[in-house]
Design a binder for this molecule. Structure first.
Ligand code: DX5
Ligand code: ZN
Length: 211
C-alpha cells in the first residue's frame, strides 16, 4: 500500500558519543529526514547542539537536515545554521517578534522554511504566514525534552491546519506506534520520533511501525 508519511528521527535521543554512526544507521534503516533539535536554555530549559555539530555530521548522510530551532530570537542564528548545512529551518512563532523577518532570512539563505507552534499556541498565531512557509510543525509535547507523553489535545490543531494548508504538517513529541495513528489520521505527513526510534534495538523495524 502506498504510504506517503515521512519519518524524521530526532537525534536528540541518539547516542551522542556515536552520533555520526547513529545518523548513518537511521538512514540505512529507512529514515526520510534527520531532525535536529537545537535548544538554547532560554526559550526552553535545556541546551543541546549548535551549528558546529550540524556541520560535522552533515556530510555523513544525503538525507534532508530538518533543523528545529527552539531558541529565543531565532533570526540571529539562521545564517549560521544555513551555512552549517541545514536544508529546512523551523522556528517557533512564540520565540520571535516578527515571523516574517525570520521567514525572509531563511529564504534569503535558500532554505526551506518551517514554523512551529507549542501546545499552548493556537493556529491563529500563524494564520498570516501560512502561505509563506513550507512546513508547519505542531508540537505535541512542551518543547525541551525527548521522552515526554503525547498531548492528544493538540491533534485538533493538526486537523485545523490541514484543512487550509497544503504544505507539510509535521508533528513532534511523544510519537510512538500508537500515537502515530492519530497524528496521521488528523492530517500529519511527517512524524518526528526520538525515543520511538533511537530507544529501540532495530531502527528499521521501529521506523516501519510508525508509518
Ligand atoms: C522536543 C523535541 C523533540 C523530541 C522528540 O522538544 O522537539 O523533537 O526530541 O522526542 P520524543 O519522540 O522522544 O518525544
Ligand atoms: Zn523537535
Amino acid at each position: 500500500m502506498e504510504n506517503k508519511v515521512l519519518i524524521a528521527p530526532s537525534i536528540l535521543s541518539a547516542d551522542f558519543s556515536r552520533l555520526g554512526e547513529e545518523i548513518k544507521l537511521v538512514e540505512k534503516a529507512g529514515a526520510d529526514w534527520i531532525h535536529v533539535d537545537v535548544m538554547d536554555g532560554v526559550f526552553v530549559p535545556n541546551i543541546t547542539i549548535g551549528p558546529l555539530v550540524v556541520k560535522a555530521v552533515r556530510p555523513l548522510t544525503s538525507l534532508l537536515f530538518d533543523v528545529h530551532l527552539m531558541i529565543d530570537d531565532p533570526v540571529r542564528y539562521v545564517d549560521q545554521f544555513a551555512a552549517s548545512g541545514a536544508d529546512l529551518v523551523t522556528f517557533h512563532v512564540e520565540a520571535c517578534k516578527n515571523s516574517k523577518e525570520v521567514i525572509e532570512k531563511i529564504r534569503t539563505n535558500g532554505k526551506k522554511v518551517g514554523i512551529s507552534i507549542s501546545p499552548g499556541t493556537p493556529v491563529t498565531a500563524i494564520q498570516d504566514v501560512l502561505d509563506k512557509v513550507d512546513l508547519v510543525l505542531v508540537m505535541t509535547v512542551k518543547p525541551g525534552f525527548s521522552g515526554q507523553s503525547f498531548m492528544a489535545e493538540c491533534l485538533e490543531k493538526i486537523g485545523e491546519i490541514r484543512k487550509k494548508y497544503s504544505g507539510y504538517v509535521q508533528v513532534d513529541g511523544g510519537i510512538n506506534e500508537e500515537t502515530a495513528r492519530g497524528a496521521i489520521s488528523a492530517g500529519s505527513d511527517i512524524l518526528v520520533a526520538g525515543t520511538a526510534v533511537f530507544g529501540e534495538k532495530d531502527y528499521a523495524e521501529a521506523i516501519k511501525k510508525l508509518r
